[in-house]
Design a protein around this ligand. Structure first.
Ligand code: C6P
Length: 416
């Protein structure tokens, strides 16, 4: 196997790896090769330290106290909101709502904006490549309210969706269009700006699922102009338990609250309640303070490296893996041949994905195997599961070479 170790980008994964303590370990006696970044990414020292510092020095509740610790915690928490707004190029900081993650953010929109604005017979447009998080909340809502769901079809293993396909399906009955920015199973990057423009021209509200994109490419909401954009902190080198809902302020102002409780109210009497303005209207109760601070630190870390450089690096690794994987006998590789985001899903006729993942683990390699929470897409493609290698800024081509060697060993084992 030829190793083409040079990188066309200026990002040096060998230096970056030093920032990630978890990568310095061995699994089954072999150096850890972490290729499950689509599920969750590893955390740099900066993030661990930021959370550590909060608990060691500033731990207190936010927005409530007048004492010094509470003021410090509130300041750090609200600074993280500024960092998120800057990171996404959001028009204003009040449009950034902290949630538990992508899943909660989508459920928030389903239970508030969509609950209030969609009526029986209205159509929600999704795509066939959506993660269950961007399917199930809409199916639950459709059942409750008599809505119709239509899906932009995935036509082949490459899975590229075109603006022509989308334009054709954005008919007058469609009131809402939700789609993933990057498919977690195919690695397709959808043209979010173009899809949002098509919907906007027709007065259709959009939600972009940025779970796989926010940590991997430059996102400019001023340019993309979605109505809602969501992502999870744990996939952007940040902690679990925190995510973001960006919502256009005009919509947020009109939406009813999601959860009721402390923090989100203006005044409460025994008879009635009035609410704070966004974003606080949607942040009931004590938030995940350390996690929000950790998220801010992760976005600063990524920004300092440069999102365009990270995307190029991820893409280069995925293109390298794609090219070499395709030379393995009996393999079926999903996703586009060009412009692939940093992940590759693949399937072998005679070896189950769970066996591939188990054998990879024996060599210290972390892959994901299964349906990747995209069961309808799998069914459409006639598959039950695939193995998936997903890359990030600390991964190297040498690691992919190890994966290829490991897969060859596994194939030989099952062939004998
Ligand atoms: N995909 C994967 O291994 P949460 O769990 O809320 O942080 O993210 C959900 C989610 C939503 N949309 C997309 C496109 C996603 O990829 C994910 C999470 C992980 O692919 C876990 S199934």
């Amino acid at each position: 196997m030829a190793t083409e170790t040079a990188y066309s980008t200026t990002l040096n994964p060998e230096t970056i790896r030093r920032d990630f303590p978890i990568l310095q370990q061995k699994i089954h006696g072999k150096p850890l090769i972490y290729l499950d970044n689509g599920a969750t990414t590893q955390k740099p020292v900066e993030v661990i330290e930021a959370m550590n510092q909060y608990y060691r020095e500033d731990n207190s509740n936010v927005h409530r106290g007048i004492h010094t610790l509470s003021n410090r915690a509130t300041e750090a928490f609200e600074q993280a909101r500024d960092t998120v707004a800057q990171f996404l190029h959001a028009p204003c900081r009040e449009e950034i709502i902290f949630t538990k993650g992508t899943t909660e953010a989508i459920n928030l929109v389903a239970r508030t904006w969509a609950e209030q604005n969609l009526k029986a017979g209205d159509v929600i447009l999704l795509t066939e490549m959506e993660h269950h998080s961007n399917l199930v909340p809409w199916q639950l809502l459709a059942q409750r309210k008599g809505l119709v769901i239509r899906y932009v079809p995935v036509l082949d293993d490459e899975g590229i969706l075109t603006t022509e396909q989308v334009a054709e399906m954005l008919t007058p009955e469609v009131k809402f269009f939700a789609f993933t920015h990057i498919s977690n199973t195919l690695g397709v990057v959808n043209p979010a700006r173009e899809f949002c423009a098509l919907a906007r021209e027709r007065g259709i509200v959009t939600l972009v699922d940025g779970a796989q994109s926010a940590g991997h490419m430059a996102v400019d909401l001023n340019d993309m102009r979605p109505d809602f954009f969501v992502f999870s902190g744990h996939k952007t080198a940040g902690p679990t338990g925190v995510g973001v809902l960006y919502g256009r302020y005009e919509l947020l102002e009109q939406m009813p609250p999601f959860h009721g409780g402390g923090e989100m109210i203006d005044r409460v009497s025994f008879e009635r309640v009035t609410f704070k303005k966004p974003p606080h209207k949607f942040e009931a109760g004590t938030p995940s303070i350390a996690e929000v601070i950790g998220l801010g630190a992760s976005l600063k870390y990524l920004s300092n490296i440069g999102m365009d450089r990270i995307f190029s690096h991820d893409h280069e690794l995925a293109a390298y893996a794609d090219k070499h994987l395709r030379s393995l006998p009996g393999i079926r590789v999903l996703g586009p041949r060009t412009n692939r985001a940093g992940l590759v899903s693949f399937h072998f006729e005679n070896v189950h994905a769970h066996d591939l993942v188990t054998f990879a683990d024996m060599d210290g390699i972390a892959l994901r195997g299964g349906h990747h929470c995209t069961q309808p897409l799998m069914e459409k493609l006639g598959l039950h599961s695939t193995a998936r290698a997903s890359f990030y800024l600390y991964n190297t081509k040498e690691e992919i070479d190890h994966l290829l060697e490991n897969l060859q060993k596994t194939l030989s084992f099952f062939a004998s």
